[in-house]
Design a protein around this ligand. Structure first.
Ligand SMILES: *[C@@H]1O[C@H](CO)[C@@H](O)[C@H](O)[C@H]1NC(C)=O
Length: 166
């Protein structure tokens, strides 16, 4: 949660924004791959980031499907990226120190609706961005209009947890 960066809502300025770059098309400098169970243990302090095995790149992975989400700390899939895999349907994943309040691009794999939350534990009372679907958003600093509540949402550097339904 980062109150100072709460989304600026503007119905009139809201512009539809869709990612034109697919996450797999760029190989950022640092990509980590970790399954959701291990990542959650890192987020709650049971394990450390150093425990993530160094599986190199996202392209080398298993078939892309629901339960997997790719996210990076800079727009356009740059800087530091983590591919968190194998979360169950609706399973809430808290972000650890490496991503919390830093995610600027997000790419869920196909066949799922992801809900991003400003608070930990997928607190439905916190600000959220949903539903986010593949290919996701290359730049969360852009106002995103999802057609539902109110105007566009700017969700850059806000996410603390997420869950995907499939
Ligand atoms: C930390 O997270 C892991 C994975 O979800 C879980 O198995 C473990 O019980 C959690 N530990 C604590 C202390 O919350």
């Amino acid at each position: 949660m980062k109150l100072s960066l709460f989304a600026t809502l503007s119905a009139t300025a809201a512009a539809a924004f869709s990612a034109s770059i697919t996450p797999a098309s760029v190989t950022p400098e640092h990509v980590k791959t970790v399954d959701a169970a291990m990542y959650k243990a890192i987020a709650n302090g049971t394990l450390s980031l150093a425990d993530i095995p160094s599986v190199a790149r996202r392209d080398d992975l298993q078939k892309r499907d629901a339960g997997n989400v790719y996210m990076c700390t800079a727009a356009n899939w740059q800087q530091y990226c983590v591919y968190i895999t194998d979360a169950g349907p609706g399973e809430c994943v808290n972000l650890a120190d490496d991503l919390n309040n830093q995610v600027s691009s997000i790419g869920p794999d196909p066949n799922q609706d992801c809900y991003l939350y400003d608070d930990f534990n997928c607190n439905v009372l916190s600000q959220r961005l949903a539903p986010v679907r593949a290919p996701g958003y290359a730049d969360l600093s852009q106002s995103i209009w999802l057609g539902g509540e109110g105007g566009g949402i700017v969700f850059n550097d806000l996410m603390s947890s997420y869950q995907c339904f499939y």
